[in-house]
Design a protein around this ligand. Structure first.
Ligand code: MLT
Length: 264
């Protein structure tokens, strides 16, 4: 499905009925990374997955944008869908966007699931790394980005034993537009430090992290858990950064239990 919000086309899926659960994907993927969640969870809940600006079937503006704008797109889409409050799940960049969303629209957040993400802003080294990655995207295209990203997103065991999953992740990256890849890199490099926000997150919050996650390791998850008042932390064995794809059953079980509890 598609709609126009904030002067761009946004692609999304909306399946099932019940408590709305809104899923925000990682960089540089798209809403199809949530297929293993959307099908089973839509038997009990209303599952909305969104192609963030720059990805999938959404427009990739040839212009600088911010994660606040991505959060604004999510808010506008929820307005279009007549959803006032929801449970939000954000993985990695999706989590960064949830911090921006919470700053502006806390009243719309019934609960938060922060997966494989972190609250700190980029370091100087991290920002330089994003600039280099944008250069690779411009010069060599998305498949060179896939070469760099896949070993960061998936565990060595997954890469060795699950060629289909590796191919699925590569295909998402290779389908990304260069302006979306570079736009995200700039937006992530500019994002503010969200550590001061953590103690002000008052809704029930679940943190999930793969024990082997390198870009946002369990120490980043523990930092968030130390500051958010009403929080639980789950560390998933045998999962790296894309824990929802590497351990979908365990991931879904946590989302489902948390959502059922929110409904009480
Ligand atoms: C992601 O998975 O969204 C990215 O690894 C996040 C980042 O580069 O900071």
């Amino acid at each position: 499905m598609h709609t126009q919000v904030n002067n761009i086309t946004i692609g999304y899926s909306d399946q099932g009925t019940g408590l709305p659960i809104v899923f925000l994907h990682a960089f540089p993927l798209n809403r199809t990374m949530w297929v293993p969640q959307a099908r089973p969870l839509s038997l009990h809940f209303r599952i909305i997955t969104i192609d963030l600006r720059g990805h999938g079937e959404s427009d990739a503006p040839l212009w600088r944008y911010t994660l606040e704008q991505s959060a604004g797109d999510v808010s506008a889409l929820l307005g279009h869908l007549e959803i006032r409050r929801a449970l939000f799940v954000g993985l990695s960049m999706g989590g960064y966007i949830l911090f921006a969303f919470y700053r502006k629209y806390a009243a719309r957040v019934k609960g938060l699931i922060l997966a494989d993400t972190k609250a700190q802003a980029d370091t100087e080294e991290g920002r330089n790394g994003r600039f280099q990655l944008a250069q690779i995207a411009y010069k060599k295209g998305p498949s060179a980005i896939a070469d760099v990203m896949v070993p960061k997103l998936l565990s060595p065991a997954t890469i060795q034993t699950s060629p289909d999953l590796v191919q699925q992740v590569r295909a998402m990256i290779e389908g990304s537009q260069i302006s979306g890849i570079a736009g995200d890199l700039m937006a992530m490099a500019e994002r503010p430090d969200s550590v001061p926000l953590l103690s002000r997150i008052t809704c029930p919050t679940q943190i999930i992290v793969g024990e082997l996650d390198q870009p946002t390791p369990p120490s980043d998850a523990k930092l968030m858990a130390d500051h958010i008042p009403n929080v639980r932390l789950a560390i998933l064995p045998n999962a790296a950064h894309l824990s929802n794809l590497e351990q979908p059953e365990a991931f879904n079980q946590i989302v489902s239990a948390f959502a059922l509890n929110l409904e009480k």
